[in-house]
Design a protein around this ligand. Structure first.
Ligand code: EPU
Length: 421
């Protein structure tokens, strides 16, 4: 087991480059199953979730080659299996995208229920509702989802999601790609990675319109051909570095970002007192003394992302005054890290969906453990801002989604080490 050892209290200075978006990559890589031919995907983050997904595809018969850092070519022409290795599938969340991709290409799929970060109950009823509307018979057991064509065969349809779900929107988009007729997803998620997946599929010959709005239309096509596509920068990785500078202090250029995707995050950090300058594809952030308290409510995009809840909470713990942080996507997400921050001196009271955070002067180092990816990232930020030494355990959660985080922070002047026990 490895852990991070962080000696806090050093401001961050310099430039950090953001990798491709995890949540776009974990949708685009399984989407290669839909393509007849080779997909060359650029800006792929080298993180453990991506490695697992590529192992799954390879195990199913795909040819997968890391051509150079950040560039992967995938050819799924030789894939015949519709039953991906369940042990690998259970290691991560987004493996459920194999359901939609296999259903579309092979008209059947037998996929274990996914694993991944377990910070809340994460049902997949909306994915299932979508597959059924597309004509699939769904046999769901405790461990597996088995999809086969129903009596009327598979076909496009109109589906209105009961909740705005990234996963269901992605899975239905994939499933509909190669089916006859038109599919319309209403109340669709609008996250940047939904648009990125649609752009990838359209580059390969799909006919998807409306991605990024709440109505996505997919006109089924017979085949998708190979091509080259570059994944967008990671909104949440970028937001994590911005929050780190806000909390630890300093002056950093965060490059390879789409500033528009960052507005919901930078506007809150500005309210808290940091200076932000947007350039075409980078953002400069400069701390400006003690942070001020604020109010944040997480919402689906373009709102403040739930995946930045924990990181902004760290900023609130050392801001002047009382901040309020309301979670509206995953109610139980506070429990993944608030008690760890309390061990570092934070004053947080959770009242239902809202955390009331009374700012203190400084956090102090402590031995803490990550319970999920973003909670882990928040503890790293807390360690950077704290006085003394912080030990962050369970770092495999963090390495699921942040490429070379230790190297990047070290280059910014942080004192952080990855120590093998
Ligand atoms: N929901 C349902 N039924 C469903 C699907 C979702 O009730 O069938 C509910 C969920 O319980 C939740 C809400 O809908 O309350 C939104 O869930 P969503 O389906 O959008 O989440 P997801 O697709 O499982 C993705 C990201 C998460 C991110 C959420 C919300 C990926 C691989 N994961 O999860 O990212 O928190 O959207 O934005 O894209 C992370 O990167 O750390 C992470 C957890």
């Amino acid at each position: 087991m490895a852990k991070y050892v962080i000696n806090g209290g050093r401001p961050l200075e310099g430039t950090v480059t953001i990798n491709g978006a995890k949540n776009a990559a974990v949708a685009i890589l399984p989407a290669a199953i839909l393509v007849s031919g080779k997909c060359r995907v650029e800006n792929v983050p080298d993180i453990s979730d991506v490695r697992i997904l590529l192992d799954i595809l390879q195990d199913m018969g795909a040819e997968v080659i890391w051509e150079e850092p950040g560039v992967v070519s995938i050819d799924c022409s030789a894939v015949t299996s519709t039953h991906p290795n369940p042990d690998l599938v259970r290691k991560m969340r987004a493996s459920y995208y194999l359901m939609g991709a296999l259903l579309s290409r092979f008209h059947q799929a037998n996929v274990a229920l996914p694993g991944g970060c377990n910070f809340a109950s994460r049902p997949i009823d909306q994915h299932i509702k979508g597959f059924m509307a597309l004509g699939a018979d769904v046999d769901e057991t405790e461990d597996y989802v088995n999809l086969t064509p129903g009596p009327d065969g598979l076909h496009g349809n109109r589906i209105s999601l009961d909740v705005v779900s990234v996963g269901a929107t992605v899975n239905i988009m994939m499933a509909a790609c190669l089916l006859p007729g038109q599919t319309i997803i209403e109340n669709a998620a609008k996250e940047p990675h939904i648009v990125d997946l649609a752009n990838f599929l359209n580059t390969m010959g799909a006919r998807i319109s409306g991605a990024g709005t709440d109505t996505v239309k997919i006109r089924g096509v017979q085949t998708l051909k190979g091509g080259t596509y570059a994944i967008i920068p990671d909104q949440i990785e970028a937001g994590t570095y911005l929050a780190a500078v806000a909390a630890a202090g300093g002056n950093v250029l965060v490059q390879n970002v789409i500033p528009k995707h960052m507005d919901c995050i930078t506007s809150k950090l500005q309210e808290m007192g940091v200076k932000v300058i947007n350039y075409d594809d980078s953002i400069r952030i400069m701390s400006g003394g003690k942070l001020r308290h604020t109010t944040v409510k997480t919402r689906p995009y373009p709102g403040f992302p739930t995946d930045m809840q924990a990181q902004v909470c760290v900023c609130m713990t050392i801001a002047g005054g009382v901040s309020r942080l309301t979670e509206s996507v995953y109610e139980t997400r506070f429990f993944g890290y608030c008690s760890e921050l309390e061990a570092m001196g934070a004053d947080i009271v959770i009242n239902g969906k809202t955390a009331i955070v009374t700012g203190i002067d400084k956090l102090h180092g402590a031995k803490v453990a990550a319970h999920d990816l973003r909670a882990g990232a928040a503890l790293v930020i807390a360690g950077l801002a704290a006085e003394g030494t912080t030990y962050v355990e369970n770092i495999h959660f963090i390495e699921r989604g942040y490429e070379r985080i230790v190297e990047k922070l070290t280059a910014l002047g942080a004192d952080i080490q990855r120590v093998e026990e």
